[in-house]
Design a protein around this ligand. Structure first.
Ligand SMILES: [Zn+2]
Length: 88
């Protein structure tokens, strides 16, 4: 709740815009098995589109049992999150 409220304040109260980069309380897929991945040494860039240029991302994307939850132009209107994966 605290994280989402902080994001909403950052978005000048625009809850729709806030929810494109942070799920409202009880709406995150992290609670049902999704998780975030990253490359050691990439730091905060792990949570940007830059991560999709790494060998680690490309290897993960080729695995048949892993999907990127929010690919580019996803139907949810959520920003591209190459670090957020789900096991299929
Ligand atoms: Zn995530």
């Amino acid at each position: 709740m605290h994280l989402f409220l902080a994001k909403a304040i950052e978005a000048n109260g625009n809850l729709s815009r806030a929810s494109r980069s942070l799920a409202p309380p009880a709406h995150s897929h992290h609670g049902i098995g999704d998780f975030d991945i990253g490359k050691i040494g990439l730091g905060a860039k792990n949570f940007t589109a830059d991560f999709s240029q790494t060998a680690e991302y490309k290897k993960i994307a080729r695995l048949g049992y892993v999907d990127i939850r929010y690919p580019t132009d996803n139907l949810f209107g959520i920003r591209f999150e190459p670090w957020h994966i789900k096991i299929t």
